[in-house]
Design a protein around this ligand. Structure first.
Ligand SMILES: NC(=O)C1=CN([C@@H]2O[C@H](COP(=O)(O)OP(=O)(O)OC[C@H]3O[C@@H](n4cnc5c(N)ncnc54)[C@H](OP(=O)(O)O)[C@@H]3O)[C@@H](O)[C@H]2O)C=CC1
Ligand SMILES: O=C(O)[C@@H]1CCC=N1
Length: 282
């Protein structure tokens, strides 16, 4: 089994999430000659080519002899891509390890679709990463098919560790849908929060550039405290909240508007949608 540094990596789909992972891998010194990306859209393809990785429009050319194939297309096109690759792997002695980041698409579907014409099935790890992978601050959940070996799991772990600060191997495949609703989609929740904070402060008179810098740094600072402090999020919140002070006034307003329920409904909606993507209605 090659190490991550020795492995030939093929990304099928070169959109937002693949670009974030590739950016993270390159910044960690992974050899750009070892990374191939198949991407039909010239705008995305050219952006990736500018980073020095090899690009193509041909999924088979990218994935036929790779050691690790990362399926990074939308869930709706995953079946066609897997079937195309499965056919192309017919002559190979050792099949690649397949890593799918497609939300909701199950291991059973991935293995069925990518079966080779001579009846062999690649070992597959389902992963749910997130876009902070681009800056080496990703959070990923993972779950392997039953036939994934310890060495293959270690290889995927090394891939994820190079772009994620937290890699969580979940106990049941279904829990990946919860990971999707939490950390896969999660960066967007914080971006939306910053958008709203900036809009509020701007409406109250602060120049937008200043509001943006203050909100952004507050998000980063709070995140860093969550990672580095020995105190839990609830205690960190209490430390900011003086009795009957300004934070109290804001948090009371959040709670009165059903903040907890809104977050609960949002994470549940994303989790449910992930499950639906894996089981589309006919
Ligand atoms: N974005 C995120 O934060 C996260 C996304 N994911 C998952 O990652 C996957 C990709 O998402 P994301 O990067 O956001 O999506 P994008 O649409 O940005 O990227 C997908 C890319 O795949 C290309 N593509 C379409 N059809 C094919 C094909 N048949 N063969 C090869 N490439 C093809 C698309 O090209 P074109 O535009 O021309 O169609 C597009 O550039 C999804 O399954 C998503 O669930 C997982 C975690 C987080
Ligand atoms: O929105 C989506 O469907 C993808 C999956 C997780 C983040 N983005």
């Amino acid at each position: 089994m090659p190490t991550l540094q020795e492995s030939k990596l093929a990304f099928i789909g070169g959109g937002n999430m693949a670009s974030a992972i590739i950016g993270g891998l390159l910044s960690k010194g992974v050899n750009k000659q070892h990374i191939r990306v198949a991407e039909p859209w010239d705008v995305n393809r050219n952006k990736l080519a500018a980073t020095g990785v090899q690009t193509t429009t041909d999924n088979v050319a990218a994935g036929s002899d790779a050691d690790i194939v990362i399926i990074a297309v939308k869930p709706q096109v995953t079946q066609g891509v897997c079937e195309e690759l499965g056919k192309a792997w017919a002559g190979r002695v050792t099949l690649p390890v397949v890593v799918s980041i497609a939300a909701g698409i199950t291991l059973n579907s991935l293995q069925t679709w990518s079966r080779t014409p001579d009846g062999r099935t690649p070992h597959v790890v389902r992963v749910m990463p997130n876009t902070p992978a681009l800056v080496g601050e990703g959070a990923s959940g993972a779950f392997p098919s039953a036939d994934v070996s310890a060495a293959e799991k270690e290889l995927v772990n090394a891939l994820l560790a190079s772009v994620s600060k937290a890699t969580e191997w979940v106990e049941k495949e279904d829990l990946l849908d919860v990971v999707t609703g939490l950390s896969g989609s999660g960066p967007a929740y914080f971006f939306a929060m910053v958008e709203h904070l900036v809009a509020s402060a701007t409406a109250l008179g602060l120049p937008q550039e200043q509001a943006t810098r203050l909100a952004t740094q507050t998000c980063l600072g709070a995140g860093k405290m969550l990672v580095e402090s020995s105190e839990d999020p609830g205690q960190l919140r209490k430390n900011v909240t003086s009795p009957n002070g300004t934070t109290y006034a804001a948090l009371q307003t959040f709670e009165a508007q059903g903040f907890k329920e809104i977050v609960d409904k949002a994470v549940t909606a994303a989790t449910t949608r992930a499950a639906e993507l894996g089981n589309p209605k006919p």
